[in-house]
Ligand binder design. Structure first.
Ligand SMILES: [Mg+2]
Length: 265
């Protein structure tokens, strides 16, 4: 029997912010040696696949960029299926979203920093980025007041850092939604349908989802019909933002190193 594909979240599993979680790189190497393909599935849409591959290599996890799926990929999948590829799309997001949209054939991307209030857009894609500011927020609201479809890459409330919780894309989307007077029409990333479609394309029909956030990674595993392996190295855990669900997931371990230890024993 072949070893199942492991779909592994990044923030809170492989690293916290820019700091690698101890033992995770070695665990991934051991799981690969044991025959598991490891595909990274993150709701963080900010970076390009090449940047994620470089960041992974820098923490000791060399990875084919095609084995990295982000909520940018999922948002671009939804746009490609539902919006004219030659229609203007406002990008209120990082480079990962622009790259994913270009890869899917979108030809008229406008960065929110360069938008004009009089422009009309078919869609606004909101993803996490550190250059979020008042002018970009106003540009996204203008486009939504003008009738654009509102696509959120994801609505994670936070991202775990080493000693703090950073505002996640849910916080940025909430600001846009408030200014526009509209909730997102579509949420693309985990645990939603566009991400599931992309992961099924990349991985196939069977696998195991590993993540630190039950409300996204756990619900995503359920949507895929896969087992969920919860690691407590990110936002979850007894004292974390999200408790361990009851009933507990198929696997619960302190971190990826412990999970690999258990599976490879
Ligand atoms: Mg995470």
């Amino acid at each position: 029997m072949t070893a199942p594909v492991l779909c592994c979240d990044l923030d809170g599993v492989v690293w916290l912010g820019t700091t690698p979680i101890p033992g995770s790189a070695e665990a991934i190497a051991r799981l690969r040696t044991a025959g598991h393909r490891v595909v990274f599935v993150t709701n963080n849409s900010s970076s390009t696949r090449a940047d994620y591959a470089t960041k992974l290599a820098n923490v000791g996890v060399p990875t084919d960029p095609l084995d990295i799926v982000s909520s940018a990929t999922a948002a671009a999948h939804w746009i490609a299926c539902n919006v004219d590829l030659d229609a203007p799309v406002l990008v209120h997001a990082g480079p990962g979203v622009a790259e994913a949209l270009r890869e899917r054939g979108c030809t008229r991307l406008v960065d929110a920093a360069a938008a004009r209030a009089s422009d009309r857009y078919a869609a606004v894609v909101c993803g996490w980025h550190r250059s979020f500011d008042f002018e970009r927020l106003a540009a996204a609201a203008d486009a939504l007041h003008g009738g654009a479809v509102f696509v959120a890459t994801n609505v994670d409330p936070t991202y775990p850092d080493v000693d703090r919780r950073l505002p996640g894309n849910g916080a940025l989307v909430a600001a846009v939604a408030t200014a526009a007077g509209r909730a997102p029409d579509v949420i693309a990333g985990k645990p939603h349908a566009s991400m599931a479609a992309v992961v099924h394309d990349v991985v196939g029909s069977t696998g195991i989802m590993i993540g630190d956030r039950p409300s996204t990674d756990g619900d995503f595993a359920a949507a895929l019909g896969w087992p969920f392996a919860l690691v407590l190295s990110g936002v979850g855990g007894p004292n974390g933002e999200e408790p361990v669900p009851d009933p507990a997931p198929a696997f619960v371990e302190t971190d990826l190193a412990s999970l690999a230890e258990r599976w490879l024993a």
